[in-house]
Design a protein. Structure first.
Length: 285
């Protein structure tokens, strides 16, 4: 999946020696998660400017450590990187602000779903260095996965910086075909919601089978979390792990007969990912 035009820089690069300022436009859930990852990798809060009309208590607390929260923007020097972490529906109104903050060497890193490199370039200098990326919410605990693509104006140093900023929250993969990002959004970007829904529905099914509701949810949470960790650590294919749990004629096999039926989980997941992919394309306009 890696971009063949360049190798991935080391994922664990420290941000302690970041030269220049990092501007974050949008410090909501994902922006806040990225911020915590940057701080874990040594970024000084004094290097960070956050533009967020409704800052969380965590972001507000960083202001006492040097973070500049909603400062006057006319006095800001050209940032080394500018990260756009607002909802894609707000993209049109935010781009003039982004353009006003960018310098000639700034790399612009957008994590807005559906908003293409071409869309971003329209509001910036024609030679602007732009990276588009799709992270996911496990970034909050450093277990996210992000897929990114750079335009032709991104130099090696800028790419390394963008990679380091994204790698602070987990694994990073680079691609050369931007059209893949719609499916990436549908699988990994939206994917955590599918897993959380599985936990909800598994717990409700357990309660319907007679378990106390609290115990049913505890079992569902622990089972999904533990199974995910097993999938991560074992290195085995998901199909092999599934088969290892399934005894012929047993209880798991009875359940899988339902889940793997013609109109079962695979069909539902296929339709769900297709719907999310279409919506990502619609957001591009």
């Amino acid at each position: 999946m890696s971009n063949p035009s360049a190798e991935n820089p080391p994922a664990a690069r420290s941000l302690a020696d970041l030269g220049g300022t990092l501007v974050l436009v949008g410090a909501g859930k994902m922006g806040g998660s990225l911020t915590q990852g940057w701080l874990r990798l040594g970024l000084s809060p004094a290097r960070l400017v956050a533009i967020e009309p409704y800052p969380s208590p965590e972001i507000i607390s960083l202001a006492s450590r040097g973070l500049r929260l909603n400062p006057p923007l006319d006095g800001e020097p050209d940032p080394a990187a500018l990260v756009i972490a607002v909802k894609p529906q707000n993209a049109v109104e935010i781009m003039p602000l982004v353009a006003s903050l960018c310098g000639s060497s700034t790399v612009v890193l957008s994590i807005m779903a559906g908003r293409t490199l071409a869309f971003l370039a329209q509001g910036l200098d024609p030679a602007a260095a732009i990276v588009r990326a799709m992270p996911n919410t496990p970034a909050a605990i450093g277990r996210g996965i992000t897929v990114a693509i750079a335009n032709a104006h991104v130099g090696r140093t800028q790419r390394e910086l963008a990679h380091a900023l994204l790698a602070a929250s987990g694994t990073v993969e680079w691609i050369a075909d931007e059209t893949l990002l719609d499916a990436v959004t549908a699988v990994s970007g939206s994917g955590p919601a599918y897993v959380f829904l599985l936990a909800e529905t598994l717990a409700r099914a357990g309660a319907a089978a007679g378990l106390p509701g609290e115990l049913a949810m505890q079992l569902a949470r622990a089972t999904i979390a533990g199974s995910g960790e097993l999938l991560e650590r074992s290195g085995l294919d998901a199909a092999v792990l599934r088969q290892n749990v399934t005894s012929p004629g047993g209880t798991t096999a009875a359940a899988l007969d339902v889940l793997m039926s013609e109109h079962g989980l695979e069909r539902l997941m296929h339709d769900a990912v297709a719907a999310a992919t279409r919506r990502s394309r619609e957001l591009a306009g």
